[in-house]
Design a protein around this ligand. Structure first.
Ligand SMILES: [Zn+2]
Ligand SMILES: [Zn+2]
Length: 196
């Protein structure tokens, strides 16, 4: 898949944003401004000014719109939602090599509000994924009791679970079994068992 590192980073931010929703975790992952500030710091977003309650409300609304894109019944519907979201946010693509990173394109307009910035960056990243014909890379965890979201960047689309503690563990077990299947028989027999 033709996906660059900064697109990958934007998708990671989107996944974290989606998973803060009560729809994913049962509780509000962005309950207050401190939580929003923590999100911004964790994702190393530079030059984010003072955050207000208005920013928090806007980010939560945006989060819902991204859920709608994720759960859209067709690529056309997803595209229309994305186009509207990106148009509303406005974009100003520009090359940058800030903070020692390699040259990459920022899509958000300088000084944009946090929600607009997220809409532009994650919206464009998701658009590029759709262009690559890979919309299903962003999907729900397959664990029966989990509706969290993850992005599958594995070569053979083999990922099934999100990286929450419980589901991530299943992921390790699945990866272990996959390795055993491809290992030579003698080595597979020697392998220690993994409880499921
Ligand atoms: Zn950057
Ligand atoms: Zn999960």
């Amino acid at each position: 898949m033709l996906i660059t590192h900064d697109t990958e980073c934007a998708l990671d931010v989107l996944v974290e944003l989606l998973n803060t929703s009560p729809k994913a975790g049962g509780h509000e992952g962005l309950p207050d401004l401190a939580a929003l500030r923590g999100f911004v710091v964790r994702r190393e977003m530079s030059d984010v000014g003072q955050l207000t309650q208005g920013d928090l409300d806007a980010v939560r609304r945006l989060r819902q719109r991204f859920w709608d894109v994720l759960d859209a019944s067709s690529t056309r519907e997803a595209a229309e939602l994305l186009n509207a979201m990106i148009a509303r946010a406005g974009t100003t693509p520009r090359l940058t090599d800030h903070d020692g990173h390699d040259w990459h394109v920022h899509y958000f307009a300088p000084g944009a509000a946090l929600a607009d910035r997220l809409a532009a960056e994650a919206g464009i990243a998701l658009s590029l994924v759709i262009v690559a014909g890979e919309r299903d890379r962003l999907r729900h965890c397959e664990a029966p009791d989990c509706v969290r979201v993850f992005v599958d960047l594995s070569r053979n689309r083999s990922r099934r679970y999100c990286d929450s503690r419980t589901c991530g563990n299943r992921l390790h077990v699945a990866a272990y079994r996959a390795r055993q299947r491809t290992a030579p028989p003698a080595e597979a027999e020697r392998g220690v068992g993994v409880g499921s």
